[in-house]
Design a protein around this ligand. Sequence first.
Ligand SMILES: Nc1ncnc2c1ncn2[C@@H]1O[C@H](COP(=O)(O)OP(=O)(O)O)[C@@H](O)[C@H]1O
Ligand SMILES: [Mg+2]
Length: 361
Amino acid sequence: MSDAYLTIADLRVGFASVPVVRDVSLAVQRGEFLVLLGPSGCGKSTILKTLAGLIAANAGTIALDGTRLDPVPPHRRDIGLVFQNYALFPHMSVAANVRFGLDMRGVSRAEADSRVAEALAMVRLADVEYRLPSQLSGGQQQRVALARALVVRPRLLLLDEPLSNLDAALRAQMRFELKDLHRRAGLTTIMVTHDQMEAMAMADRIAVMQAGAIRQIGTPADIYDRPGDAFVATFVGTPPAALLPLSVAADGAVRIAGLPWSPPPAIAAALAPGDALLCLRPERAVLVAPDTAGALPARVVGAEYFGADWLVHVTVGATPAIVRTGGPAARGDMVGVLISVEAPLFDASGARRIDRIFSMS
Ligand SMILES: Nc1ncnc2c1ncn2[C@@H]1O[C@H](COP(=O)(O)OP(=O)(O)O)[C@@H](O)[C@H]1O
Ligand SMILES: [Mg+2]
């Protein structure tokens, strides 16, 4: 923790005594691209605004590069902030928009000229420097906002849903460009998004948030393959994973979503009497004939075609689940669902991942 570039410790923020950020602690390494991921309203923007000094914390500390940030006023924090609405000055050219922050800081004309040129080159906008924002596409406007943040050479770059206003195709392209820009500029970056695909594609590490608290911090592979709780398991992944209630009786009889089940040996070996939730990812299961050994008993309720694959919707008992397949399945058919990769198990409340089901007694 102590050698981290940015350290947030026990941060608490509330509005009119309503807690919004609850004891958040986070360490970010120099040059890291960290993504805060969580549903709308979970407190992501509030954390960014607190880092930028736009909101005061109720408790906790923030340290950047070895010094306390909380007593420093916003304009002296050297933090670049980019929001989803680019907030460009409409009457000013691209170059003038980018230059604005340097003029405010009293940077010399020659120095400003070269830094504006450098920032525009960095976001690949050198050829449109004299245009007005209204003469640019949404993606170009977003890049102007980025250049404006980069030109002051911030110690930390904060991006709040920077791609949310772009259409789907442009968003995918900007996702790639922004990540490339991070590689080239090497700036320590915290990006906020509610889009888990964006988080998976861009992050060195993801902090998954829910209701003002961080549920799990890890690499995209940690978050996806080793989710710490049922919230993380179902929030990350498209379409979402299903959670199937699993119970093991004292005599070893297994029921899944209320139905008798003879699990394959690898899963059976992890079971002991008790209750749990089994996490089923659509891409980590295959459809097989209903009597296949180890398969979950399921009924097809419908299928969606996406060109490259199908999503077959099934129910196991009363619990809905989705399986990604290479072909269709007919509504009403009984099928088997075979788990193809080790599936995480959670305790019955979903609060934590478990390696085994432990006895309730
Ligand atoms: N200025 C404010 N005054 C009162 N409540 C606020 C204010 N800003 C945010 N909130 C509330 O704080 C919670 C977290 O907001 P926010 O950090 O913007 O969430 P997110 O960015 O994750 O969508 C929400 O319930 C929101 O309504
Ligand atoms: Mg927000």
